[in-house]
Design a protein around this ligand. Structure first.
Ligand SMILES: NC(=O)c1ccc[n+]([C@@H]2O[C@H](COP(=O)([O-])OP(=O)(O)OC[C@H]3O[C@@H](n4cnc5c(N)ncnc54)[C@H](O)[C@@H]3O)[C@@H](O)[C@H]2O)c1
Length: 245
């Protein structure tokens, strides 16, 4: 799993306070660790709305967690809030991010700068979650040099150099299926061991390389299945992996 990567592929952000030990070092219960991303998402939503503080009751209600349990969870981070005020949203985001190992940036290279690659590059949300789009590469001469999200599209043949220079730790493949294995091999040869693949093809990788595949058509097919069942008069869907918050 890439969170346990060596430090040389991470770029440490400047911490607000000196780093403190991670959950397992401090004995934070696994169940608490599993709830931290849920709190984090709710806090980020509050932060985006410019809300500076939140009560434990409100945060508990938003995340569907009992408020006493929530207070106990946050106490493991040394966060107790202020009576009558609640928790400082920004600082709690920082504390939880630190515990989850999200306070370093991860450099990402996208190969295939077509419809999907451009949409991914232009999505501003990755940056706020610690993922920096460091490079965009393509094989088509007609798109080379195009500026997308502030980056000039480079040639795929420069991939190894880009990985080294930009400390790329995650490779994103947004090429047609026929090109995906070759692109994946290039990432692996360049030392990238985490690949996010959007192309509709199964990639072969050596041990130690993690590949995550995203296929929106599978998600749509699952929804279509449930729509069909609803139309047939069956009970509503119980979607595995549905939003827990
Ligand atoms: N997973 C999903 O949910 C999902 C959704 C949409 C598209 N896709 C897939 O994403 C991929 C891209 O879709 P798109 O609509 O952006 O296609 P597109 O044709 O608009 O873009 C593909 C880009 O890849 C480039 N390319 C081709 N061969 C290359 C190579 N060897 N090295 C580097 N670049 C190369 C092309 O020049 C082009 O710019 C396709 O495989 C598509 O099936 C997946």
């Amino acid at each position: 799993m890439w969170l346990s990567r060596p430090l040389d592929r991470r770029q440490e952000r400047t911490p607000v306070t000196p780093p403190s030990p991670r959950p397992r070092d401090r004995g934070i219960p696994e169940a608490t660790v599993a709830r931290l991303p849920v709190y984090l998402r709710a806090l980020q939503a509050l932060d985006e709305r410019g809300i500076p503080t939140v009560s434990s009751e409100h945060l508990a209600e938003t995340t569907g967690v009992n408020s006493a349990k929530l207070r106990k969870d946050l106490s493991h981070l040394g966060s107790y809030g202020t009576r009558g005020v609640g928790y400082d949203v920004e600082y709690l985001i920082y504390q939880i991010s630190r515990e989850l190992g999200l306070t370093q940036d991860w450099s990402v290279a996208i190969v295939g700068v077509g419809n999907l690659g451009r949409a991914l590059a232009n999505y501003g949300g990755f940056g706020t979650r610690g993922f920096r789009i460091a490079a965009l590469l393509d094989a088509d001469e007609s798109v080379l040099g195009d500026r997308v999200a502030g980056l000039a599209v480079g040639h795929i043949d420069t991939l190894a150099d880009v990985v080294r220079e930009e400390n790329v730790s995650i490779g994103v493949i947004a090429t047609p299926a026929a090109a995906a294995q070759d692109v994946c091999d290039r990432f692996v040869e360049a030392g990238v061991t985490s690949v996010l693949n959007f192309a509709p093809v199964v990639l072969n990788v050596p041990p130690g390389v993690d590949v995550r595949k995203v296929d929106l058509s599978i998600e749509l097919q699952i929804l279509a299945f449930h729509e069909q069942r609803k139309a047939d008069g069956h009970a509503g869907p119980d979607l595995v992996g549905g939003d827990p918050a």
